[in-house]
Design a protein around this ligand. Structure first.
Ligand code: TYM
Length: 327
């Protein structure tokens, strides 16, 4: 079986972008692949986090994984910080990474732009992400479009290590959906939908109540004109909504265009809202059950144990190859 690894930061509420770009593919891949899905809490602290909020959000992301349909009997679900090999290989990967490579990362440029003080962890973040992936010799990494560059760096680091110390790491491939890899903000289709956007109307949180979802979609910015047509160049706002619809309703883009031909945006937006609610409402129901049941910590404890076996084996090989005394 091919191996899959991926993760999400507990740095705020998960959005519909996280779900469409990544989480729904985790759920699909678990049946055919050996999967590791983690909550990357060590990555979240690359920007300041309130401790109580971090804990709550970490639990929320793990519970949303399960609520979305990840079955802990099929896939290993764990918290990054509980498997200490991540921090350890993260350091070793940092020593293998060039400053120039990190300086070229667009996510770093975006997140550090205009800030007075930028944490060093935000800079070395991609080296830790490479460690996450390489520790499991993952073949496939399901992510949205914004993680492509980090995946490229991971591949470069794996090749560099293998070249220097001998074949050790599998070179991972990104697994990026064709439609929905980059869901944009509802208020501005030039920016990606993000949980860190201060305007809550710009994103749909996975835990937004159905009426909130309906309101946000009815207020979503649309392009001038009235044609429901997929044309990202000239109609970026409507094209984004069509992508969301396509993913939530399981309809192709051309089916959607045909369905709303000559009808304007009104009926389209109404149906879109119901399609999104139909996906998120059952997840929200299961989420409430999971948070209420107290089973989460047990799942995460078992996930930690399974992940550790795999991660420690690779870490040991790496240390031996690099010349550390391994006792
Ligand atoms: P994060 O937490 O920002 O996002 C989690 C996943 O959601 C995808 N995503 C989106 N997809 C489509 N449209 C959007 N608007 C959108 N916003 C987010 C992201 O591409 C990602 O797949 N660096 C990673 C976390 C990470 C990781 C890893 C991922 C750490 N180690 C190892 C894979 C493997 C991140 O910040 O994702």
């Amino acid at each position: 079986k091919l191996r899959v690894l991926s993760g999400m930061q507990p740095s705020g509420q998960l959005t519909l972008g996280n779900y469409i770009g990544a989480l729904q593919n985790y759920v699909k891949l678990q049946h055919s692949h050996e999967c590791y899905f983690m909550v990357v809490d060590l990555h979240a602290v690359t920007v300041p986090q309130d401790p109580a909020a971090l804990k709550e959000q970490t639990e929320a992301v793990a519970a949303l994984y399960l609520a979305a349909g990840i079955d802990p009997k099929q896939a290993t679900v764990f918290l990054q910080s509980t498997v200490t090999a991540h921090a350890e290989l993260g350091w070793l990967m940092t020593t293998l990474t060039y400053m120039g490579e990190l300086e070229r990362m667009t996510q770093f440029k975006d997140k550090s732009a205009g800030k007075e003080s930028v944490g060093a962890g935000l800079f070395t973040y991609p080296s830790l992400m490479a460690a996450d992936i390489l520790l499991y010799n993952a073949d496939l990494v399901p992510v949205g479009d914004d993680q492509k560059q980090h995946l490229e760096l991971t591949r470069d680091l794996a090749q560099r290590f293998n070249g220097r110390y001998g074949e050790t790491f599998t070179i991972p491939e990104p697994y990026i959906p064709e439609v929905g890899a980059r869901i944009m903000s509802l208020d501005d289709a030039s920016r990606k939908m993000s949980k860190s956007n201060p305007n809550a109307g710009s994103y749909i949180a996975m835990l937004d109540a159905p009426d909130v979802i309906r309101k946000k979609i009815s207020r979503a910015v649309t392009d001038s004109g009235r044609e429901v047509k997929f044309d990202p160049q000239n109609k970026p706002e409507v094209s984004n909504l069509i992508s969301i619809y396509s993913q939530c309703a399981g309809k192709s883009i051309s089916e959607i265009e045909a369905q709303y031909e000559g009808q304007g945006y009104g009926p389209f937006k109404k149906d879109l809202a119901e399609a999104v609610v139909a996906v998120l409402e059952p997840i929200q129901r299961r989420y409430a059950e999971i948070r209420g049941s107290g089973e989460l910590y047990e799942v995460l404890r078992q996930g930690k144990e399974k992940a550790e076996v795999q991660a420690n084996r690779v870490l040991r090989q790496v240390k031996e190859k690099m010349g550390f005394v391994v006792l």
